[in-house]
Design a protein around this ligand. Sequence first.
Ligand code: MN
Length: 148
Amino acid sequence: MTKILIAEDNAVNRELLRELLEMRGYTVVEACEGEEALRKIEQTQPDLLLLDIGMPVLDGFGVMRKIRENPRFASLPVVAVTAYAMQGDQEKILNSGFNGYLSKPVNSRALAEELERLLGKRENRDSSSHPSHEGQVSGKTRAVGNGE
Ligand code: MN
């Protein structure tokens, strides 16, 4: 089972991501701030990290730096999840070692595409046989705010 760590301080955004991932058959682990994220990487060995940029204790850039400094986790796929939609931020994020970028509110399809790109399409086989779920997910996505 593919395991994904969500590092996000906003409880509503965390819950949304968990629902989107569990609907697609992923195992989810959560962290509420940066230092906890680093501990959870050590403890749970996720296959991919969804990393919020604006977080207390240690922000997403700080977490990213620590991850890439550690040879054991240097190749962990990390996707930035951020409301920082200003021009230049995407470039800054990709220059900081992130493998991808999702802006909030997270779009279900964009999330699925990033996971497919970084983990491989086989992970989505189950959910693709239930296309009727897509509309519900999109509705929820639009209802969630930009809380950082
Ligand atoms: Mn945040």
